[in-house]
Design a protein around this ligand. Structure first.
Ligand code: CRA
Length: 824
């Protein structure tokens, strides 16, 4: 045992005052970056500052781990193939409570704080909502002092960077690690083998018990990289542990010796490819063998790590589920269920029933989507090639489960097929959602409507079998990043008027209600919005070259581009306004700026065409002198967490216009409303709950309900009828098809228009009239600036429910049954 105890190594280098911080920055500039101040680049200074901040986090992280270990704390393992944390620097400075001090230190060094923050390249290790939700939950778990580890994949390339060329999306590789990553601590000694392929053999162990041995064909190594996640205003600092793949051996020596140099290197290349790139969603799943390998890879490393930590306690493995609960963030990590079974049964000789009891009490599963094409299924033949032993385990789980179901639902054999984890057919498949439901103690949807539809439509047979299993936890967002950090003008105003309690107790925003009618406060509120709109305008100018006017109404839709989210409905409204203004130049409506942002999956033709259409319409409108001071359209490229910081606070109107029943929850809807935008939305996902909270008079509702959508679907939907019966709609569609927006090319947008006229899977044409009329009410409402401001204040005042702290509290109380742990 070393003489040096942790209390003795408390560093003197990590003072929290400006002078100490300045000193650290200089030391890191020289000793980490190897640069003298007079030749240091902005990036060198950024790295030096990041390291200075990191120094102040690491001790907290170690003390936290030590405390949790000493307490044998029950721990949440949040298993997620995606994490989208956003830039770390500013958030960490806030969490440490040294914002002023850092600003001072930086100013003394003659540096510009804002441009240092700009230097950071964010880790884009997620597609959108799901990955960002995981990051918000990591923030809330630390803030609520819940022992938690986030487990995921350290993709070398995150979600592609989007550029717009000639109006089209172009994907560029996201080389986020090129200049290093000061926030991660590599743990080269924390490594696990992960096996793939091969076959299985049965054998009898020394007790004569029949066991199975997996003889895999190849192996890769997973290496841990830790990123500290600090709670706000507390010492608790949890871990985000991401796995990166390494070749088991740099060279296949046999191949090398026989002169096959490239063959030998190939193995290394293949292994290291495993964590090379994040898959964009909305791509056809077929043949994505690498994706299955990624999923298994990170899950296997994570479970091996959990078992390793667990065994340090000396407790027997049959109590594993008391120490851990593992949350499956969608089905991407659902392979964890057979993997834990394998570790317990094959590796630790546990009997099946005990292992199943442990497994079934370890996992809980969150479903994030109802879209059939997004429910993961793996063809059996592929699965067998990659994970033969896991497939056997899944068969065994399935057959025991179907026996259990048969006992409960007498004689209903038809039901069994619907329940089965294996889908029969020409190419049989493993249904990952069924596996996740069977192997979990709780299943949850992410908004009330979504959870209800899960129970009624997607998993009705499971719901009949286990009526208490499917529950709801409505999503939430962290007010630290999406208000305190990204909307500082508002945070200042709030601090003056209602204090800072809302940062960790969002319900206390209620105090604003009393100020909603106060003309003085309203004026200050407007000033804040104005500043945020100016900032958005500056960024838009820099990113697009387009000037937009902060005096106009900013109407914003930022999110992944997908037909179900209906960016094209928004576009049809814009064309309609354009037509109206052209026909009637005297028309008195408030000037509007439409802002779009979002990525389309690289292989999703229709989504990419929608982006092109937005840009083409923008080009015509922005060039038309008649539209000057009346209508502007901009597409903000590369929407990500960083750009989101300046977009949400600058919005007057938030577009949440998905077809009812399609958006599981949405979280952008929450970020907008929390920053004082008014929502135009359908009764979909969390919109419903937002409207309930903010009051229906403060929400612009339009469109069909989910029940109406289903009824229409049943009865037969004929989009052309809607087009024929609505001259404005017809002319908007004709216009788009005509070539007017595409330099006379009448073929370019034909597929988009044809898609709407001959099928319209997301019923854009049905909701068009109600949407356009609703937009007219918005224009009217915007004229009365006092009333608008009042509505905006009330929206913010009533958004308390949508803090991710509330979501985590619900997971904690209703699902995980886990207690907070103080760290001193
Ligand atoms: N695409 C849903 O579509 C939801 C987030 C987070 C999504 C959103 O409505 O807000 O999850 N679903 O719960 C998903 O990723 C695999 O499914 C999303 O981000």
């Amino acid at each position: 045992m070393s003489e040096v105890t942790s209390s003795k190594i408390q560093s003197t280098r990590v003072g929290m005052d400006a002078a100490a911080i300045k000193q650290s920055i200089l030391e890191h500039l020289v000793h980490t970056q190897s640069r003298f101040p007079d030749v240091a680049s902005e990036s060198d200074w950024y790295n030096a500052l990041a390291h200075a901040v990191r120094d102040r986090m690491l001790e907290r992280m170690m003390v936290t781990a030590k405390t949790y270990k000493a307490n044998k704390s029950r721990t949440v393992c949040y298993l997620s193939a995606e994490f989208l944390p956003g830039p770390h620097l500013a958030n960490n400075i806030l969490a440490l409570g040294i914002w002023q001090e850092v600003q001072e230190a930086v100013a003394q060094l003659g540096l510009d704080f804002e441009s240092l923050l700009e230097e950071e390249v964010e880790p884009g290790l997620g597609n959108g909502g799901l990955g960002r939700l995981a990051a918000c939950y990591m923030d809330s778990m630390a803030t609520l002092k819940i022992p938690a580890i986030g487990y995921g994949i350290r993709y070398e390339f995150g979600i592609f960077r989007q550029e717009i060329e000639d109006g089209w999306q172009v994907e560029k590789t996201d080389k986020w690690l090129s200049y290093g990553n000061p926030w991660e601590i590599p743990r080269p000694r924390l490594r696990f083998n992960v096996h793939f392929g091969g076959h299985t053999e049965q054998f009898k162990d020394i007790d004569g018990i029949l066991r199975v041995k997996w003889i895999p064909e190849w192996r890769v190594i997973g290496v841990a990289h830790d990123t500290p996640v600090m709670g706000y205003g507390v010492k608790n600092t949890n871990l985000l542990r991401l796995w990166s793949s390494e070749a088991a051996e740099s060279f296949n020596f046999q191949a090398f010796n026989t002169g096959d140099y490239y063959g030998a290197v190939n193995e290394k290349v293949t292994s290291e490819n495993l964590t090379k790139v994040l898959y964009p969603n909305d791509e056809p799943e077929a043949g994505k063998r690498l994706r299955l390998e990624q999923q298994y890879f990170f899950v296997s490393c994570s479970l091996q790590d959990m078992v390793r930590i667990y065994l340090q306690s000396g407790d027997p493995l049959d109590q594993f589920h008391h120490k851990y609960t593992a949350q499956l963030n969608d089905t991407h990590p659902a392979i964890a269920i057979p993997e834990l079974m394998r570790l317990l049964v094959d590796r630790n000789q546990m009997d099946w029933d005990t292992a199943w009891h442990v497994t079934r009490n370890t996992f809980a599963y969150t479903n994030h989507t109802l879209l059939p094409e997004a429910l993961e299924k793996w063809p059996l033949d592929l699965f067998k090639k990659v994970l033969p032993r896991h497939l056997e385990i899944i068969y065994e789980i399935n057959s025991r489960f179907l026996d259990e179901a048969r006992m409960k639902i007498h004689g209903l054999n038809g039901h069994l097929e619907k329940l089965s984890i294996i889908e029969e057919g020409a190419r049989p498949q493993v249904r990952m959602a069924h596996l996740a439901v069977v192997g979990s103690y709780k299943v949850n949807g992410v908004a009330e409507l979504h959870s209800e539809l899960l129970r009624q439509n997607v998993l009705p047979d499971f719901h009949a079998l286990w009526p208490d299993k499917i529950t709801n936890v409505t999503n939430g967002v962290t007010p630290r990043r999406f208000m305190l950090l990204s909307n500082q003008p508002l945070a200042h105003l709030l601090r003056e008027r209602i204090g800072c309690g809302w940062v960790t107790d969002l319900d206390s925003l209620h105090k604003l209600e009393a100020l909603a009618d106060d003309p003085d406060f309203q004026q200050q509120w407007q000033k804040v919005k104005r500043r945020n709109k100016e900032r958005l305008a500056r960024h838009a100018l820099a990113a697009t070259g387009q000037k937009i006017d902060p005096d106009s109404l900013f109407d914003v839709q930022v999110k992944r581009v997908h037909e179900y989210k209906r960016q094209h409905l928004n576009l049809l409204h814009i064309i309609t306004l354009y037509n109206r203004l052209k026909d009637n130049p005297g028309l008195d409506i408030p000037p509007r700026t439409f802002v779009f942002g979002g990525k389309a999956a690289p292989g999703y033709f229709m989504a990419k065409l929608i982006i092109k259409a937005i840009n083409s319409v923008a080009e015509v409108i922005n060039r038309d002198p008649d539209m000057d001071g009346r209508l502007r359209v901009v597409f903000f490229p590369n929407f990500n967490v960083k750009t989101a910081h300046c977009i949400y606070p600058g919005a007057d109107v938030s577009e949440q216009i998905s077809l009812a029943g399609k958006e599981a929850s949405g979280t952008g809807n929450m970020k907008f409303a929390l920053n004082g935008a008014l929502t135009v939305g359908t009764l979909d996902g969390a919109n419903i709950e937002i409207r309930e909270e903010v009051g229906k008079e403060n929400f612009f509702l339009f469109g069909m309900t989910e029940a109406e959508v289903s009824a229409l679907q049943q009865q037969g939907y004929h989009p052309q009828d809607y087009c024929q019966n609505d001259p404005e709609l017809k002319s908007a569609l004709d216009f788009l098809a005509s070539g007017y927006f595409s330099h006379g090319d009448a073929t370019l947008f034909r597929p988009l228009v044809d898609n709407l006229l001959n099928g319209d899977p997301y019923k854009v044409l049905v909701d068009y009239r109600s949407y356009v009329d609703c937009q007219a009410r918005i224009s009217e409402a915007y004229r009365d600036r006092q009333e608008w401001t009042r509505m905006s204040i009330l929206n913010v005042a009533r958004m308390g429910k949508f803090s991710s702290d509330r979501s985590i509290q619900e997971y904690t109380n209703n699902i995980w049954k886990i207690a907070s742990v103080d760290v001193f």
